[in-house]
Design a binder for this molecule. Structure first.
Ligand code: HEC
Length: 156
C-alpha cells in the first residue's frame, strides 16, 4: 500500500515535470537564412544541406534560440531534460555498405523532419511543441546539419 502511494507520488512528480516542459510553445527564432538556397514548401525526403558550412552556421544560431533550452547548449551535452540529438544517426553511421547507409540516412532524415515539424505529444501530454508553424524547411534542415557537425566534434 505504502509502495503504491510512493509510486503514485513519483509518477505525479514526473508528469508535472514533463508538463512544465510542455507549457512552452514553439518560439520564432530571429535568424537570417537568405544565404541558403531556397527549398520551397514541398518537404524534401533528405537533408539537402548536409555538410554545408553556411547551413551549419545558420543551424547553430537557430538551434541556440529554439532547441538548446531542452536539448542542451550547442548540442554538446547529454545532461539536458530532452534526448541528446547527436545520437539520432548513430546507427546509420555504423553501417558500412554505402547503399544501406544512404537508405538508413533517408529514414533518419524522414524521422527528424517529421518529429520536428509535428512535435511529440504522448498520451495527450506535449513533450515537445510542433515546430512547423514557426520554422521554415530551410531552418529545420540547417538545424540538423548543425547537430550532425557536433557529432564530428564529439568524436575527435
Ligand atoms: C520544450 C522543450 C523542447 C524544445 C524547445 C525542443 N524539444 Fe525536441 N524534444 C523534447 C522532448 C522532451 C523530447 C522527447 C519526447 C519523447 O518523450 O519522446 C524531444 C524529442 C525530439 C526529437 C526526437 C528524438 C528521439 O530520440 O527520438 C527530435 C528529433 C527533436 N526533439 C528535435 C528538436 C529540435 C530540432 C528542436 C529545436 C527546433 C527541439 N527538438 C526543441 C523537448 C523539446
Amino acid at each position: 500500500m505504502r509502495n503504491m502511494l510512493m509510486r503514485n507520488l513519483i509518477l505525479a512528480a514526473l508528469i508535472a515535470g514533463k508538463a512544465a516542459i510542455a507549457d512552452e510553445v514553439a518560439n520564432h527564432p530571429e535568424v537570417d537564412f537568405s544565404s541558403l538556397p531556397r527549398l520551397g514548401s514541398n518537404w524534401l525526403a533528405t537533408n539537402p544541406y548536409r555538410g554545408n558550412t553556411d547551413a551549419i552556421r545558420v543551424g547553430q544560431l537557430t538551434y541556440g534560440q529554439t532547441c538548446a533550452r531542452c536539448h542542451g547548449a550547442d548540442a554538446s551535452t547529454n545532461a539536458a531534460p530532452a534526448p541528446d540529438l547527436r545520437r539520432l544517426n548513430a546507427f546509420c553511421r555504423r553501417v558500412e555498405d554505402a547503399e544501406l547507409k544512404a537508405a538508413c540516412m533517408r529514414d533518419n532524415d524522414d524521422y527528424f523532419s517529421k518529429t520536428v515539424r509535428q512535435g511529440k505529444t504522448i498520451v495527450g501530454v506535449v513533450h515537445m511543441p510542433a515546430w512547423e508553424p514557426v520554422l521554415s524547411q530551410e531552418l529545420i534542415w540547417a538545424v540538423q546539419s548543425f547537430i550532425e557537425s557536433r557529432v564530428e566534434v564529439s568524436k575527435r
